[in-house]
Design a protein around this ligand. Structure first.
Ligand SMILES: *[C@@H]1O[C@H](CO)[C@@H](O)[C@H](O)[C@H]1NC(C)=O
Ligand SMILES: *[C@@H]1O[C@H](CO)[C@@H](O)[C@H](O)[C@H]1NC(C)=O
Ligand SMILES: *[C@@H]1O[C@H](CO)[C@@H](O)[C@H](O)[C@H]1NC(C)=O
Ligand SMILES: *[C@@H]1O[C@H](CO)[C@@H](O)[C@H](O)[C@H]1NC(C)=O
Ligand SMILES: *[C@@H]1O[C@H](CO)[C@@H](O)[C@H](O)[C@H]1NC(C)=O
Ligand SMILES: *[C@@H]1O[C@H](CO)[C@@H](O)[C@H](O)[C@H]1NC(C)=O
Length: 492
């Protein structure tokens, strides 16, 4: 081979490898939300056909005795008897379901204990883990699902004959469902979760596997990556759950197969020269009480033990060892919960496999102190600080006009961003979630265009870049595909 030919070969393989490298900052990205971590509001139809789908894990019930006209309450919040004497319902009067199947549940009280029946037949909440003796059946009236009877593990129904106790001592299937029957209760459903835990446990393993695999195959496809590239975006941020690390056999109720979908995403990303941010979005024990942490009932137990942090670091290790040498890997986002011990260990785990992938740490979702992580994150080469900017989720946005919303982004958000931007670029800054959703009613397309534009202008100053939430969503304004196809968002 002549030296010119050799030079050409070297150059062309260098060109090929350059072309294949993930784009670097500043990135213009879109989140692939609601794909590998379920969020019901993004795609509600996933929950169709689940029997009693208003009684999934984590459903919060307030339960009123019709006879006493009083709410059930766990006295002192937990580790005590259930009474039927409260006029108003708040936290001690709210019970969270753990679903066994469509009719059978554990009831968790404020303090974390579960309903059971003591030796006198009284309803108490003393057990700290639920077993057969903490398992109750809800029997709903056909014509009015809010009217229920509750069968205790003994087979007898609960009744509130007085305000001073609830007893499991009513035999017989028959009721006239009237207020005079002390075994009839009125149920107020005051909170629901529609996350990964709910869909998996609500469907059961066999059906959940079908539903989710079909979702993973159709919700995001290679065509979406083509669209992303043609639209002028250069990266995706992909939320994943901790169970992906034990694919194909994750612990129940989670189902396997999301790893294959993530592998596909990396292949498509390479085909279209798109960078991938792998974003651990749900940690074991759940780092927040929202659907998207895959919590069972809203309790937040992540980060409370070393074991649980170590397990999370192993998830990062699994992901980074799999994709470290993939040219599409742009960054690993450790979790949207700033626990510095975990961030330190997670950062080290990433660096054991790659010197170049960015490592993203995140401010708390709603925080007063925006600089909480600034100093800490500045100590790590290649660290990025993620902030989420929505003109929502805070009463201060409730009644803002179009102009006030735009001014807020132009003035307040740009000041916020400047606050966390160090001149030396350590850490880099990333608006990892934003959208054109707001509290304005009746806005027209031009209003949305201007609101999206000012955000692109301001967040364009973030040194790592930004990512819209999200690519696909049944709600048009949260659906970047819709926003781009309809000319509301354009990339320069
Ligand atoms: C639900 O679980 C209970 C307790 O294991 C069982 O007795 C019942 O048959 C189950 N019901 C359904 C509909 O699977
Ligand atoms: C990545 O590639 C390097 C060089 O080929 C190799 O030494 C390393 O083991 C690879 N890492 C992984 C995680 O596959
Ligand atoms: C927004 O307007 C509504 C209706 O006028 C009012 O009830 C509410 O208090 C306002 N919210 C704030 C935060 O000012
Ligand atoms: C935006 O910043 C201005 C100037 O600092 C401040 O007066 C105003 O209260 C801020 N707006 C909101 C909604 O926080
Ligand atoms: C971007 O940052 C620079 C420097 O802080 C500032 O002067 C400029 O106004 C910012 N642009 C926007 C659109 O916020
Ligand atoms: C998002 O919008 C596109 C374009 O209108 C539409 O084809 C797609 O079905 C939407 N996604 C969802 C999940 O509804």
């Amino acid at each position: 081979m002549g030296s010119v030919a050799l030079l050409l070969l070297v150059c062309s393989s260098w060109l090929v490898s350059m072309a294949a490298a993930a784009p670097g900052p500043p990135i213009r990205a879109v989140n692939l939300g609601g794909w590998l971590v379920t969020e019901g509001w993004i795609m509600p139809s996933l929950f169709d056909n689940i029997p009693n789908k208003d009684l999934l894990d984590g459903t919060q019930l307030q339960i009123k005795s019709t006879t006493q006209n009083r709410y059930l309450v766990v006295d002192q919040g937990g580790a005590s008897a259930i009474l039927a004497d409260r006029i108003q319902a708040s936290s001690w009067e709210t019970f969270r379901l753990w679903r066994i199947n469509e009719t059978t549940f554990n009831f968790r009280v404020y303090g974390g204990q579960f309903w059971g029946v003591d030796s006198n037949g009284a309803l108490v909440a003393t057990a700290t883990t639920p077993g057969p003796s903490e398992t109750f059946q809800i029997v709903r009236r056909d014509s009015d699902k809010t009217r229920v009877r509750i069968r205790a593990p003994t087979g007898l129904f609960l009744q509130a004959k007085t305000m001073a106790s609830v007893t499991a001592d009513r035999a017989g299937e028959y009721t006239d469902w009237s207020d005079n029957d002390p075994s009839v209760f009125l149920v107020n459903n005051v909170g629901n979760l529609y996350g990964e835990y709910q869909i998996c446990n609500g469907c059961g393993i066999a059906r959940a596997t079908q539903v989710l695999r079909s979702h993973w195959d159709t919700f995001i496809t290679e065509d979406d990556f083509k669209f992303i590239a043609l639209s002028g975006l250069n990266a995706v941020r992909i939320p994943v759950g901790w169970w992906i690390a034990s694919d194909p056999n994750p612990p129940l109720p989670f189902v396997g197969g999301s790893l294959q979908a993530l592998d596909n995403a990396f292949r498509w990303a390479r085909n279209y020269n798109i960078g991938v941010i792998v974003d651990l979005h749900a940690a074991p024990g759940s780092q927040n009480p929202y659907d998207h942490s895959a919590t069972r009932d809203g309790s937040q137990e992540w980060g409370t033990t070393d074991a649980n942090i170590a397990q999370t670091v192993q998830v990062i290790e699994f992901l980074v060892s799999r994709y470290a040498n993939n040219t599409a890997l742009l960054a690993v986002e450790l979790l949207n919960e700033p626990l510095t011990k975990y961030y330190q260990d997670g950062y080290n785990a990433v660096r054991r496999y790659t010197p170049t992938a960015y490592v993203i740490m995140s401010n708390r979702l709603q925080i007063a102190d925006q600089k909480e992580l600034l100093q800490f994150a500045s100590g790590f080469p290649g660290a990025v600080l993620d902030v989420h900017y929505y003109n929502l989720f805070d009463s201060k946005f409730e009644n803002l006009t179009v102009e006030q919303n735009i001014d807020f982004v132009r003035n307040n958000r740009s000041a916020d961003l400047a606050t966390i931007t160090n001149q030396n670029g350590r850490p880099l800054t990333f608006v990892g979630e934003w959208s054109a959703a707001w509290g304005v009613q009746g806005a027209n397309p031009t209003d949305y265009q201007r609101f999206a534009r000012v955000q692109q202008d301001v967040y364009g100053n973030a040194t790592f870049g930004w990512a819209y939430w999200t690519l696909q969503n049944v709600n048009a304004v949260w659906n970047m595909t819709f926003m781009i196809q309809n000319g509301i968002i354009t990339l320069k």
